[in-house]
Design a protein around this ligand. Sequence first.
Ligand SMILES: Cc1ncc(COP(=O)(O)O)c(C=O)c1O
Length: 366
Amino acid sequence: MLINNLFARIEQNKAPIQNAFDRVMKSGWLILGPEVKQFEAAFADYIGTKHCVTLANGTDAIELALKAMGVKSGDRVATVANAGMYTTTALLAIGAEPYYLDVDLTTRNTTLSEVNRAIAAGVKAVVITHLYGLATPEIHQIAQHCQQHNISLLEDCAQAHGALVNGQRVGTFGDAASFSFYPTKNLGALGDGGAIVTNSAQIAEKVSQLRQYGWTSKYHVEVANARNSRLDELQAAILLAFLPQLDTANARRREIATQYNDCIQHPNVIAPRWENTEFVGHLYVIRSMHRDNLRAHLKDAGIGSDIHYPIPDYQQPVFGQRFTSLKLENTERLAAEVLTLPCYPEMTDTQVAQVATAINDWPTQF
Ligand SMILES: Cc1ncc(COP(=O)(O)O)c(C=O)c1O
């Protein structure tokens, strides 16, 4: 069994995919046309923001949103180090300095006290990553504190399309939010894609300029450090076809995660927990002190798994000696213990039970 199965999604959606493809081919309009406009309006409406600007991918979304918020080379920006290096990559592209926050062992997301530590250290902006499909439980208070201190807040929602906390959708708490539509995301295209959402007309306008060479009008360049980062019409048409299925797919992911939690019982395995938030099950991630042994056991049983993520950002080789004195206890523990099990809407109950049984059958002595 694979960790994910995009073939199953494509098979189940042959007709809407064909329809989207035909519509774009008939229009002959391939870049920044009606499909992109319609998807931007539909996605902003779904999230509950005034604006959505689509981009080529989720990493560009983080970078261009931060630039539009005024983050510049040399600025310090707070981020977690357990979320796959994407925000750090965006910061490095800007020339900004990452200020790393530790995370909670249970939610795997950061906390208000960590954000306050960063505010005290003088960060210009904070990026909150809602990891694995779980909204950061203290996002409301974090947004309030950032506002009080005049610090920009970007939510990275690449793993949390549709997640709610106390009834409010992630993506609506900060000054802007970034999304990825990478194919395996809860809302995924058939290629790369990304977007920012915001209630700020100024941020939306700036990102629109940054995504297209810095143009303020055609061939008139006023904005520096811009690029080409556009979602194409075909991907927008596909996303328009998939968006109405997002809530149902999220509910199925949650159902699978709940089924796992009900069935997995092993003294060396810690299952994830979610309270007061509408978890959207992007990744079902367990913990074990003997993670690598468990992974090998699952492989022998024919079950794919993955590690999200094995290396804290500040320990990545690209940094050399830069962060050798930094130690974030929970981040490092999670990097050594996390293991992602298959969790995607097309999985059957039988497959979920098969994975859970394989875990329960994992010997306690080895
Ligand atoms: C949390 C998070 N942020 C950002 C990204 C970057 O998105 P992309 O791969 O579309 O650049 C991803 C996904 O890959 C992600 O999981």
